[in-house]
Design a protein around this ligand. Structure first.
Ligand code: ADP
Ligand code: ADP
Length: 226
């Protein structure tokens, strides 16, 4: 479970570009929040501040009441899924999913159980010994999701995870990710520039423009306006 509070989050890069300004948002446990907005509006920067991959210039970010500003990424209990999958090409599907758990020195039996559990949920049981290059695009994306699931994290961050897939697969995977969320109920923040994805997946949508929030609401509130 995780409740997030972002208060006046601001990011000014070294080149003086203010990418995000006074970002205020409370995310309730089990929500699926989608950030939408044009390229350059600050979606990734916000996600990266939450993940701890980018310093917060001003403001505060907390998870379940604990201030996270200065907590290392590895101690934030967050799992990320990227657009380019970022799979390790020399490792099998099993090893890709097991890798972060091995780094944590988790017991082998526990790793095995978590990887098998994730593989079953994602339909990857028959592919555990394959390398990424021998997988389809959808299967690779499932492995990337599997790597996030095995960590049993408090929060999923997904940065345009489907934008490298063709449109048919995008529709299919978006349904799969929604089902996954219904099953695991992990609080999720999902970045996309695709309005249809936002409408079909989100509990609430955050529309950003030029580094600020323009609107926050349910898909109905945001898109069904008279
Ligand atoms: P989005 O994810 O919505 O496309 P970004 O968060 O990537 O937007 O970028 C927001 C703004 O910050 C843009 O003007 C971008 O050029 C700028 N920006 C992003 N990353 C950096 C960086 N590392 N250094 C300087 N400016 C950056
Ligand atoms: P090592 O750390 O000794 O190199 P591995 O990382 O290959 O071992 O495997 C760790 C554990 O996971 C072992 O118990 C192994 O049997 C199991 N394992 C590895 N690959 C698979 C797989 N494809 N399917 C099921 N279990 C596997």
């Amino acid at each position: 479970m995780a409740k997030l509070v972002m208060e006046q989050l601001t990011k000014t890069y070294d080149n003086k570009v203010t990418a995000v300004e006074n970002f205020n948002l409370t995310v309730e446990d089990e929500e699926f929040i989608v950030f939408v907005g044009p390229s350059g509006c600050g979606k990734s920067t916000t996600l990266r501040m939450i993940a701890g991959l980018e310093d917060i210039s001003e403001g505060a970010f907390s998870i379940d009441g604990k201030k996270m500003n200065n907590v290392e990424p590895k101690d934030r209990d967050i799992a990320m899924v990227f657009q380019n999958y970022a799979l390790y090409p020399h490792m099998t599907v099993y090893e890709n999913m097991a890798f972060s758990l091995k780094l944590k020195k988790m017991a082998k039996e526990e790793i095995k159980e978590r990887v098998r559990n994730a593989a079953e949920i994602l339909g990857l049981m028959d592919y555990l010994n394959r390398k990424p290059k021998a997988l389809s695009g959808g299967q690779r994306q499932r492995v990337a999701l599997g790597r996030a699931i095995v960590r049993d994290a408090k929060l999923f961050l997904m940065d345009e995870p489907l934008s490298n897939l063709d449109s048919k697969l995008r529709v299919q995977m978006r349904t799969e990710i929604s089902k996954l969320h219904q099953r695991l109920k992990t609080t999720t923040i999902y970045v996309t520039h695709d309005q249809t994805e936002a409408m079909t997946m989100a509990t609430r949508i955050v529309i950003m423009k030029d580094g600020v929030i323009q609107q926050v609401g349910t898909p109905k509130e945001v898109y069904d306006q008279p």
